[in-house]
Design a protein around this ligand. Structure first.
Ligand SMILES: C[S@@+](CC[C@H](N)C(=O)[O-])C[C@H]1O[C@@H](n2cnc3c(N)ncnc32)[C@H](O)[C@@H]1O
Ligand code: SF4
Length: 419
């Protein structure tokens, strides 16, 4: 009997499929009888595959046969990858593909002209907040694809950007999705810590995927702060807002304390929807005080619910920012918790020279389509070592087309095809 379990993986059996789960967040399904046929073709024997305790067992002793199965799985793994939470197909971006990591807002790096660089390793989320600005999670109706960027490749691009941007940088792990879904999150934090230009590493997270072991690893790797998105202290309301029946508020609250005990600062970042959770604001403040959140940075970062064009829209009223800031000021007076009206300087953020733009609005550029986009009618293209999101297109991967650049804000490029 041969037993197989490649590093960072385990097997599951799902009907006629052998499923390999890699780093707990990605999986790929292989048809059992196709694997058995491949073995028969090569070794002229009838093999039986079975999964037990996470191992793939093959009823033969031939070691070469085991190596062959590992070879098959590893070779095809990337091609068949799916995200465990969204079940969407995953495109694995690595150095060999020669894809730039600047220009697109779903993965790679974003420079908004400050000392903070947003680092986005993957898309996809484990929950489906009813207000999500990017319509993420298992119940997304618009996102059709996920990306994962190889960690060494992401760090390579980060190091180049950091060299340009200079010292005292904050690397902020966020994304169109949940950063803890990124399968290499610990290695990413470790790698960022090794960059001498990075002084702070922070993460925006819903916290549900944290556990004691992961917190320990993240603390050791050098994570400084988590902006924790918790939106209610009522377990049922929290489930409703997070759009997940099995969302475990208590677990996330425990993890918030565990983060602080591990030396990682916590900033609570509730999205306030007036009429739904604004009345809980004082409970947030009380809880943040009780567990000692906000040691180096503010303890609370209340966010005003904004209906986003490509997000989900619960039928609620949007409160103007003027009223929202008045509400925050009143809350400061009432609770003596300061600051609640947050400013960039509370985070040591300041303006820095932008990475120069490669295109200007209105320019017509010849681009090469290299990847499908995240929503219907969107493709990703490359020109001048930058990514460009091409919208309203039916072009295919490999096509070379002309696009007109319609947006360049913060180095995120959007183009439309020219007929
Ligand atoms: C898109 S999420 C990505 C990171 C992570 N999944 C999270 O929720 O913390 C980034 C932040 O935006 C907040 N957010 C999402 N939709 C929003 C909306 N419609 N209005 C205001 N804030 C929103 C989230 O609560 C979170 O704090
Ligand atoms: S707001 Fe964050 S946690 Fe909620 S669905 Fe969107 S990406 Fe996921």
């Amino acid at each position: 009997m041969i037993k197989i379990k490649p590093p960072n993986s385990y097997f599951e059996e799902d009907g006629g499929n052998i499923r390999i789960v890699w780093r707990n967040t990605l999986y790929a399904d292989f048809e059992k009888n196709l694997l058995e046929k491949a073995i028969k073709r090569k070794f002229k024997i009838k093999a039986e595959l079975k999964v037990e305790d996470g191992y793939l067992r093959i009823n033969h002793e031939n070691k070469e046969l085991g190596n062959f199965v590992i070879f098959l799985i590893q070779n095809y793994l990337r091609e068949f990858l799916r995200n465990k939470y969204t079940k969407r197909r995953v495109l694995y971006i690595h150095e060999g593909m020669n894809i730039p990591l600047l220009g697109y807002n779903a993965f790679g790096l974003i420079d908004r002209g400050t000392n903070l660089i947003q680092v986005r390793g993957s898309t996809g989320c484990n929950v489906s907040c009813i207000f999500c600005s990017v319509d993420e999670g298992p119940y997304s109706r618009t996102r059709i694809l996920d990306y994962v960027v190889d960690v060494d490749y992401l760090l390579k691009w980060f190091n180049e950007v950091a060299q340009f941007k200079g010292k005292r940088l904050e690397a902020h792990l966020d994304g169109q999705g949940e950063p803890l879904v990124y399968p290499f999150i610990v290695e990413l934090v470790q790698g960022l810590r090794e960059n001498p230009n990075v002084s702070v590493i922070s993460m925006q997270s819903n916290g549900a995927l944290l556990n004691d072991k992961l917190i320990e690893e993240l603390a050791e790797a050098g994570l400084d702060r988590v902006n924790l998105s918790i939106h209610s202290f009522d377990p049922e309301k929290a489930k409703m807002l997070m759009g997940m029946k099995d969302y475990d508020l208590n677990h996330v609250l425990e993890m918030a304390e565990a983060l602080i005990n591990a030396g990682i600062d916590v900033l609570f970042a509730p999205v306030i929807i007036f009429g739904i959770n604004d009345m809980e604001a004082e409970s947030f403040i009380e809880f943040a005080r009780k567990i000692g959140a906000g040691k180096r940075w503010p303890a609370l970062g209340f966010q005003n619910y904004v209906p986003y064009k490509f997000g989900r829209h619960p039928s609620v009223k949007f409160l103007s920012f003027k009223k929202f800031y008045n509400w925050l000021r009143e809350l400061e007076e009432k609770t003596d918790m300061r600051p609640l009206v947050l400013k960039p300087e509370h985070f040591g953020m300041h303006k820095r020279r932008f990475i120069p733009l490669e295109f200007h609005v209105g320019e017509v550029v010849k681009v090469k389509i290299i990847l499908p986009g995240r929503i219907e009618g969107e493709m990703l293209a490359v020109a001048r070592n930058r990514l460009i999101e091409v919208i309203n297109t039916n072009a295919k991967v490999g096509d070379e087309i002309k696009v007109k650049i319609v947006r360049t804000r913060h180095g995120i490029y959007i183009g439309t095809p020219i007929k």
